[in-house]
Design a protein around this ligand. Structure first.
Ligand SMILES: NC(=O)c1ccc[n+]([C@@H]2O[C@H](COP(=O)([O-])OP(=O)(O)OC[C@H]3O[C@@H](n4cnc5c(N)ncnc54)[C@H](O)[C@@H]3O)[C@@H](O)[C@H]2O)c1
Length: 261
């Protein structure tokens, strides 16, 4: 089993559509022990969602921007496991006025909120978990990216935050490599989660993927993304760090779609 005996923290579980929920499911199927995190008003929903995992797991409350909650989470994991082998960062948020075509009018505070919660928070999580990963002799961190090398409709300052997240991934890989910690990101194609549905116009993404993705992309199937996250969390990727791996049906690699003939 790919993740036999690994102790993993999975952030960002909201519903059983969440990329994080599917990652937790695949990780458990592959032998990992999981603790999930839930946030704010979604916490109860997270607690219900994890009941539908193969093995219902504990949920810790985590607002990644609240240092007291970050400390409490680390203390719990330390007491529970005394170490950690890896974590998924599946956290993103942008205020409504930073999304949906308001790019030119977005106030700086809203763009900063998108950056802090969606990109800087990868550093917050990495630094918090570092002592526990060192106790495990090293670790693996994975964040969830959406490719922002080109401007998208509606994605606006969340897109800018994703570009920052890619960069944060590389700097963390630089600084944590000497601690035997690998830091990567998975760049996923569009999936019908709560976060995606909250972006006005996100259905346009489904449309372009249907037209242009070399591999048929199913926006209701997070399984291929979850599997790649699990590969990166596993010992099958021991020399991969600072990498952004696309799981998008090959969409990012083609300029004009596939020839229907
Ligand atoms: N759905 C897609 O199409 C898609 C594509 C590529 C990347 N992603 C990324 O995948 C990740 C997970 O999103 P998802 O699509 O599974 O949606 P989701 O709505 O299921 O998950 C988003 C999660 O972020 C959490 N969150 C928000 N603010 C937080 C905070 N301050 N502290 C802690 N947690 C917080 C929410 O509680 C929620 O669990 C995000 O980074 C998202 O940008 C999504």
């Amino acid at each position: 089993m790919l993740l036999k005996d690994k102790k993993l923290l999975i952030t960002g579980v909201l519903t059983d559509d969440s990329i994080a929920w599917h990652t937790a499911r695949v990780a458990q199927e592959e032998g990992a022990e999981i603790v999930a995190t839930g946030f704010g008003r979604g916490l109860r929903l997270t607690e219900r969602s994890v009941q539908r995992l193969p093995e219902p797991c504990d949920v810790l409350e985590l607002d990644i921007n609240d240092p007291a909650q970050v400390d409490a989470m680390v203390a719990d994991l330390d007491q529970r496991w005394g170490k950690i082998d890896g974590a998924l960062h599946a956290i993103a948020f942008a205020p409504a006025d930073a999304l949906g075509g308001n790019f030119l009018d977005t106030p700086a505070e809203s763009a900063q909120t998108a950056f802090t919660t969606s990109a800087f928070s990868y550093k917050t999580l990495a630094v918090a978990l570092l002592p526990l990963m060192e106790k495990a002799g090293g670790g693996s961190l994975v964040a969830m990216d959406f490719d922002n090398t080109q401007a998208w409709p509606a994605y606006d300052w969340m897109g800018v935050a994703k570009s920052a997240l890619q960069s944060v991934t590389r700097y963390l890989a630089r600084d944590l490599g000497p601690h035997k910690v690998r830091v990567n990101a998975v760049s996923a194609g569009p999936l019908g989660t709560v976060a995606a549905k909250s972006i006005p116009g996100f259905n346009k993404f489904d449309q372009v993927w249907a037209e242009r993705s070399p591999l048929a992309w199913d926006t209701r199937d997070p399984d291929p993304v979850a599997r790649m996250v699990c590969v990166l969390l596993s010992d099958w990727a021991t020399m991969t760090s600072g990498e952004i791996i696309h799981v998008d049906g090959g969409f990012h690699a083609v300029a004009a779609g596939v020839d229907p003939d």
